[in-house]
Design a protein around this ligand. Structure first.
Ligand code: CDP
Ligand code: ZN
Length: 162
């Protein structure tokens, strides 16, 4: 039996926040008085996951595959971009072992939405919810995160090739 080949990937993303009614994180719309601003739907968590996956497989990055200069990517569903990136990774012979993610947001509380977000990400990636974990940290009230001018997310992913 040959050992599985393992690769790790890291993704990071941030977006500016402005007045709004909901914040989309991991494909789940959370009612909130601020929203993330960006060219696509500005889902900072799905963007970090997409970059982690592409990086693990050495297949590019989200800005390269879906340039924000292309009008086709305006308001684009981030789940669709993640799915398209996953398809490239799978076509190269890889499968996901697990993901671990962090959301950096002063508000809202993410913990009550954790199961919904994990379930949605699992569905997009066609993996088990147990292969995904998610945490959140405030900005301790300081800096762009703490002052609610920005939101950020990070993800590490492990992939394997038999
Ligand atoms: O206590 P510590 O300084 O390590 O962390 P914190 O940033 O003050 O966050 C405390 C806890 O609140 C975290 O461990 C998360 O479980 C939760 N949290 C959350 O649900 N949503 C956020 N936007 C930030 C933190
Ligand atoms: Zn983004």
């Amino acid at each position: 039996m040959s050992p599985a080949m393992l690769r790790i990937g890291l993704g990071h993303d941030s977006h500016r926040l402005g007045p709004g009614t909901s914040l989309v994180l991991g494909g789940v719309a959370i009612p909130h008085d601020r929203q993330a601003l960006g060219h696509s739907d500005a889902d900072v968590l799905l963007h970090a996951i997409t970059d982690a996956l592409l990086g693990a497989a050495a297949l590019g990055d989200i800005g390269e595959l879906f340039p924000d200069t292309d009008p086709a990517n305006r308001g684009r569903d981030s789940a669709e971009m993640l799915r398209a990136s996953l398809e490239r990774v799978v076509a190269a012979g890889w499968r996901i072992v697990n993901l671990d993610c962090v959301i950096f947001a002063q508000r809202p509380k993410i913990l009550p939405h954790r199961t919904a977000i994990r379930t949605r990400i699992a569905a997009v990636l066609s993996i088990d919810v147990g292969q995904i974990w998610l945490k959140a940290k405030t900005g301790e009230g300081v800096g762009p995160i703490g002052e609610e001018q920005a939101i950020a997310a990070e993800c590490v992913v492990l992939i394997e090739k038999k």
